[in-house]
Design a protein around this ligand. Structure first.
Ligand code: FCB
Length: 456
């Protein structure tokens, strides 16, 4: 174990201990984004159609106008504020707008963005699929159809052939579990069809695609690091001594978190809904991408059949966000990192997303500081956490919530495209520059968390 420096302030007036929690050299500090949420002008994918059909409170429209070149200024913001990495995704529907067309101009644009990242000292992590499918893929059943596996991997081959000089850290698929849960159980994402059978089938096909993409990338670029981003939510029983609550929390843990991890460990994708053998998935990860927001507390509830007879909530008195959809529970972050280390000892981990919706930046500073501290604890158990990507740089289009939720370190005025820095951006800058968290930062940005972070 190695501990951060603890030292007393050399003055008699300041009684507060001055302390810091440092991270290993070469740790990556960045922000995470996705194509549809920031580019604007996407009109050829399942989400643009979903928006047109009126399923979202607003449309993505120009988004953050990255396709109109605003990425340059946003990359400047990231680099000038001490970040050394950036996670972004490629839009399949731009690169392959129809089954027989490859759009070289889009690939060139992405190459330009990745070169722009490198020129600013930002190491890119590129996601190949982040919730969006080209309409021509949607129209043939998207991931319900096993043919999509080979279509996707042809796209991956093309992209990696063109962009391998610019990127060696690849994330095949973002949150395959969320794609399936929201699309086929909760019905808030396209296609919005309730089906347990498809919930399983779609994840099986996404996993086949991931496994094949993993091999293709390594064939083209042997020293690439390839993984996927798992949305991981610890499930805590409301009453640990009440067996129905513990059963439900275990059931939900498995339903939400375990499809991909079970298959990558054993070759059998397991879910409470069924199992599917996918032997080619075994070992197909060089790192695990962890998307962590908060855990759920779970209580047995006969009135909720669609939620597997349970209710998920945050305990009374939790530090919750404006819309009540996120909570500041850093112990769940540590618990998630611990689960990864136990499940895959020595596997590198990148935190591929972590953040909170908070337009007024009321909670975000303490959320950020307390999560960075939880990650520091993990690093000090020598668990190989290699980097952290905060969600997100600038407010972006938040799927079925439209523009109602603001996760940005910078606030975006969607009409004028103006950006305004939130105090959290300064705190994150201080963390990135220090490669750690200090008591001075906490005193300045979130003194209310001081006692928890530096108990003295
Ligand atoms: C995650 C998604 C990401 C973003 C955050 C808030 O589930 O991967 O695109 O919307 O939630």
């Amino acid at each position: 174990m190695h501990f951060g420096d603890m030292c007393r302030a050399p003055t008699t007036e300041v009684m507060m201990p001055s302390a810091s929690y440092h991270f290993p050299k070469n740790f990556l500090w960045g922000t995470a984004t996705s194509s549809h949420q920031v580019e604007g002008g996407n009109n050829n994918n399942n989400w643009s159609r979903w928006e047109e059909q009126g399923h979202t409170p607003h449309k993505s429209g120009l988004a953050c106008d990255w396709w109109g070149e605003q990425w340059r200024e946003d990359f400047d913001r990231a680099a000038k504020s001490g970040q050394n990495a950036i996670r972004l995704s490629l839009e399949w529907s731009r690169i392959q707008p129809s089954p027989y067309t490859w759009d070289q101009a889009s690939l060139d644009r992405y190459r330009g963005m990745l070169q722009g990242a490198a020129a600013r000292g930002l190491t890119p992590m590129v996601t190949l699929h982040h919730f969006t499918d080209p309409l021509w893929v949607t129209d043939q059943g998207a991931w319900e159809n096993e043919t999509t596996v080979s279509l996707f991997t042809a796209y991956v081959r093309r992209v990696v052939e063109v962009l391998k000089e610019q990127c060696s850290l690849w994330c095949t698929i973002n949150e395959p579990n969320v794609y399936a849960i929201e699309g086929y159980l909760r019905c808030s994402y396209p296609p919005g069809t309730y089906s347990l059978k498809k919930f399983l089938l779609v994840q099986a096909n996404l996993l086949r695609a991931h496994a094949t993409a993993y091999r293709i990338i390594h064939e083209l670029q042997p020293n690439a690091q390839v993984g996927y981003a798992l949305h991981f939510r610890p499930q805590r029983p409301a009453h640990p001594r009440f067996p129905p609550d513990t059963w439900m929390s275990k059931l939900k843990f498995s339903a939400i978190n375990m499809a991909f991890p079970s298959a990558i460990s054993t070759g059998i994708m397991r879910s409470p809904v069924g199992k599917v053998p996918i032997p080619e998935a075994v070992g197909t990860q060089d790192y695990l991408g962890l998307n962590y927001y908060n855990p759920d507390t779970v209580a047995f509830d006969l009135r909720m059949p669609k939620e597997l007879f349970s209710r998920s909530f945050f305990p009374k008195g939790s530090d919750v966000s404006e819309a009540g959809t996120n909570a500041n529970i850093p112990s769940g972050f540590f618990q998630s990192l611990k689960w990864i280390n136990k499940t895959y000892p020595n596997l590198p981990v990148y935190v591929t997303e972590n953040g909170i919706e908070d337009a007024s930046d009321r909670i975000r500073p303490r959320y950020l500081a307390e999560h960075v501290h939880a990650m520091w604890r993990a690093v000090n158990f020598t668990w190989p956490v290699r980097g952290y990507f905060h969600w997100t740089l600038v407010d972006n289009f938040e799927w079925e919530r439209g523009w109602n939720q603001r996760f940005g370190l910078w606030e975006l005025d969607v009409e004028t495209q103006e950006r305004h820095k939130r105090p959290s951006a300064d705190l994150y800058e201080a963390i990135c520059r220090e490669n750690g968290l200090t008591s001075t930062m906490v005193e300045q940005y979130c003194p209310e968390a001081f006692g928890r972070l530096f108990p003295g």
